[in-house]
Design a protein around this ligand. Structure first.
Ligand SMILES: [Zn+2]
Length: 343
């Protein structure tokens, strides 16, 4: 089977030849080519080359195109100012929405022309042209609540959820449209799987009741637009999601990316027959700080818990940290190849 066929079989809740393995590795690949972030942020070809080098060097089944920074870059295209660094991700220098009077400062960007979004689309085109016939192509966009948190400042937004709900709905309206437009443009540029990442919607951050009001409806809108546009919708929420797993499986997502604190066996038992599960090796403690043998052991545990009957992609629980040793990524891929055979 080709790598993308392996991933597709898992999405269709079938058994591929082997468990597909797709680490959530984006900017860490820049280190492979010795490229600085500041260069990859400006130059679509440099970004694409780093991602392709990761794919060919490690031999996994899918590529995440676009850095985690695409969250901040979308905020920038909406109107936020970013602070930039030579060799780390840019951050938002100050929130765009300080009070109600700032709501009119937000505009839904055109991904083809605004800010640095065209660079991301160009990188997707290059990756798709070069490896799109064999690799599964994933790309992240920010979930509406998370993007709203970047625009408003996350701590302030969390207070607003309690006291200023109409104000929050207004920000969510623009962030939902902005993320949707970016998602559809990424599909047109060659992404196959759009991963809507909404870390602020985690049960580690807000209650399940707040998730129901401020995240679920907006996620459902984006995920169904992705599906209608011919893409595969995936949902990534960091940290503890055990209280909302059932609801996450009803959003329309066809893949759920689960973080390392979620027990995969429980997830498999409760929702694993209706949605493909992806995860969940601990990115910091195991992948960044552990030995290759620790990675191999945890990869086996993940596969034991969730690969039976298909519908599983072996992955990290979240984005792979920058200084993760390369041999640990290799060990993860090797575990899937050696231990993850079906049939
Ligand atoms: Zn995460």
């Amino acid at each position: 089977m080709k790598p993308y066929e392996r991933v597709l079989a898992a999405i269709n809740l079938e058994e591929p030849d082997k468990v597909p393995v797709v680490p959530q590795i984006t900017y860490t690949t820049a280190r492979l080519l010795g490229i600085k972030f500041s260069e990859a942020m400006r130059n679509a070809k440099a970004l694409a080359n780093a991602l392709i080098a990761g794919y060919t060097g490690f031999g996994y089944d899918g590529v995440y195109v676009g850095w985690e920074s695409s969250f901040n870059l979308l905020a920038e295209a909406i109107g936020c100012k970013l602070r930039e660094y030579d060799d780390s991700l840019p951050s938002v220098s100050e929130p765009l929405i300080k009070d109600e009077s700032d709501l009119s400062r937000m505009k839904v960007p055109n991904p083809q022309t605004d800010g640095r979004l065209p660079i991301h689309l160009e990188a997707l085109k290059i990756v798709n042209e070069q490896i799109g016939r064999e690799a599964a192509i994933f790309s992240y966009i920010p979930g509406p609540l998370t993007l709203a948190g970047i625009l408003r400042g996350t701590e302030k937004l969390l207070m607003d959820l309690l006291k200023k709900r109409k104000f929050v709905y207004e920000i969510l309206r623009v962030s939902t449209s902005s993320s949707t437009q970016f998602a559809l443009a990424k599909l047109d540029a060659g992404a196959q799987i759009i991963v809507v990442a909404d870390p602020t919607a985690s049960s580690s951050v807000i209650s399940p009741k707040m998730f129901e009001e401020f995240s679920y409806p907006y996620l459902s809108v984006i995920l169904s637009s992705i599906k209608e546009h011919g893409g595969t919708p995936s949902l990534h929420i960091c940290g503890n999601t055990i209280p909302i797993l059932e609801r996450m499986s009803k959003t329309g997502a066809e893949i759920l990316e689960l973080d390392s604190v979620v027990d995969l066996a429980t997830a498999k038992r409760t929702i694993g027959r209706t949605v493909c599960l992806q995860g969940n090796i601990d990115p910091a403690r195991t992948l960044m700080m552990g030995a290759p043998s620790d990675v191999f052991t945890q990869a086996r545990k993940c596969m034991d818990a969730a690969c039976e009957g298909g519908g599983f992609v072996l992955s990290s629980g979240c984005e792979i940290p920058l200084d993760t040793p390369h041999e640990n990524v290799r060990s993860m891929v090797e575990a899937a190849r050696r231990y993850g055979r079906y049939g």
